[in-house]
Design a protein around this ligand. Structure first.
Ligand code: PHE
Length: 506
């Protein structure tokens, strides 16, 4: 029977990880005559909710314990009226207008990730998230730039000069050892096209850089952006460092977001699991494997409570799990402690007008800078509306920690000062409210994502990749796509597949 289950993808075989996920079903039990089991799931983030959702398909009796007052974990969409208190004691209430939101955590979904499959299955509508925009800005203050440059202009100049230099080097015979004469000719042909080079193989600028007056009706041919910088100036500006981002497997366009906020995903999952199975405000205090089951104790509303179940899936971040008493062994504990938390933060800046669309003609996409705000995101929804929310910083590591130590007002002032250098005074004068969120300082999470040296399959994490008695583990941090919901979804699928096989075989 075990071999048959292996063929069905229900038993852990060597190839199990390569097999497509097969959703569990109550009919899986008809051969064995056994029924589903009771499972307590610790953590109501994407991994925990998905575990409950998938187990529910086969009739498992699941209870989800979530310490925060909402499900979703790091999938957190901030709207007007939402209140948070960080670990430094800063309390903020968002004052965003109706219909406007910021995704403080996950905010973009590549097409290849299973996150989109869950959106389809759960009926969560999606729309395009603009990750790259030719009209967004690049601004490297430390390189001495005095004004921002459009992406398209930077690309024209960098590609132009790189092409010119390589074409000229080829022409001088510098690649004679590497390429045949025919291949050199093809290379130069490509470079002339790629870099918009003239007949002398020189880059002289052109319409790819953009216009000061755009072409229009007869009589208005347009006026090209002047002042083509020298190759030396282009390389000194460092703008080329931003281009490879969009080549990444994770970050290439098109990308997507749920309509109305990323938390439409955990909201739909919570509905599908059944709100009566999800206990919020329930902070777990101990996980005990009793040999014949699992007891999880927690506090809720100041009272001590417990859930007894046949199995447990622990779907908390490793840094939080490591602080919860358990009897799962020192191997589990040292594996959890080997994974370290990382910082990231965002501030939402709400404006009374969409001046970035009106004055700058930027509709979505990301402005990049070497200032400590790192990224400015233009909203990918609500185009041409009355107001809108920019992400005024999305930064990581030390930059996120620096801002975390400031008061929310100071964070806003510092972020706005950086933005004014790029966009001018409206960045300050049109502002109506702001809300900042720092994951390392968020109770019950204390991390934006995690660093797992050696990758999730390294032997030091072996105790987390297999069940510890009746407890198994799930989370994006146990995947090759840490810091993506895809990692949480696929890790939860792996955990429920293994648990189901075990229940069928028991
Ligand atoms: N998924 C997050 C994001 O897209 C964090 C991340 C950034 C993960 C870059 C990998 C690479 O912003």
């Amino acid at each position: 029977m075990f071999a048959t289950m292996g063929a069905l993808g229900l038993a852990p075989t060597a190839q199990a990880a390569e097999q497509p996920f097969r959703a569990l079903s109550t009919s899986d039990f008809t051969l064995t005559g056994r029924g589903a089991a009771k499972v307590v799931i610790v953590g109501g983030g994407i991994a925990g909710l998905t575990a409950a959702y998938e187990l529910g398909k086969a009739g498992y009796d699941c209870t989800v314990l979530e310490a925060r007052d909402r499900t979703g974990g790091r999938n957190f969409t901030v709207r007007g009226g939402d209140t948070t208190t960080d670990l430094y004691g800063n309390t903020q209430t968002a004052r965003f207008a109706d219909g406007h939101y910021m995704n403080a955590g996950p905010a973009r979904i590549p097409q290849w990730m299973v996150t989109l499959d869950y959106c389809r299955e759960l009926g969560v509508p999606i729309e395009v998230f603009t990750n790259v925009n030719a009209d967004a800005y690049l601004y490297n203050e430390s390189a001495g730039m005095t004004k921002p440059m459009r992406y398209r202009t930077a690309k024209a100049d960098v590609y132009g000069y790189v092409s010119e230099l390589l074409a000229k080097a080829t022409d001088k015979g510098a690649l004679d050892q590497e390429l045949t004469a025919d291949d050199q000719e093809r290379l130069v042909e490509f470079l002339k096209d790629w870099g918009e080079l003239g007949d002398t193989l020189a880059y002289e600028g052109g319409e790819r850089r953009g216009y000061t007056t755009v072409p229009a009706a007869a009589g208005t041919p347009g006026v090209l952006l002047g002042d083509v910088p020298s190759a030396s100036d282009v390389f000194a500006s460092g703008v080329g460092r931003y281009f490879s981002f969009e080549f990444g497997f994770d970050q290439a366009m098109l990308m997507f977001q749920p309509v109305g906020g990323m938390d439409q995903i955990p909201k739909a999952l919570t509905r599908a699991v059944g709100a009566h199975r999800v206990r919020t405000g329930a902070a777990v205090t101990k996980i005990t494997d009793t040999g014949s089951g699992v007891t999880v104790t927690y506090t809720q509303g100041g009272r001590r409570k417990a859930v007894d179940a046949d199995y447990c899936i622990a779907a908390l971040p490793p840094n939080i799990l490591a602080k919860i008493p358990h009897n799962l062994g020192s191997g589990v504990q040292s594996a959890l402690e080997a994974i370290t938390p990382s910082s990231a933060a965002k501030i939402g800046l709400e404006y009374r007008s969409r001046w970035w669309e009106l004055d700058h003609r930027i509709y979505g996409g990301i402005t990049e800078t070497d200032q400590d705000i790192t990224h400015i995101w233009h909203p990918s929804y609500g185009f041409h509306g009355e107001r809108g929310i920019l992400i005024g910083y999305y930064n990581y590591g030390g930059d996120a920690d620096t801002y975390a130590k400031l008061s929310p007002r100071q964070r806003e002032a510092r972020a706005v000062a950086a933005g004014v250098k790029i966009y001018g005074e409206k960045y300050r004068s049109e502002l109506v409210s702001s809300f900042s969120h720092h994951w390392r300082q968020t109770p019950h999470l204390e991390a934006a994502w995690h660093n797992t040296p050696g990758g999730p399959d390294d032997t030091r994490y072996q105790p987390l990749n297999e069940p510890a008695g009746r407890v198994s583990f799930a989370g994006d941090w146990l995947s090759y796509t840490d810091a993506w919901q895809h990692g949480a979804f696929t890790s939860a699928r792996k955990a429920v597949t293994a648990l189901h096989a075990r229940v069928l075989a028991s």
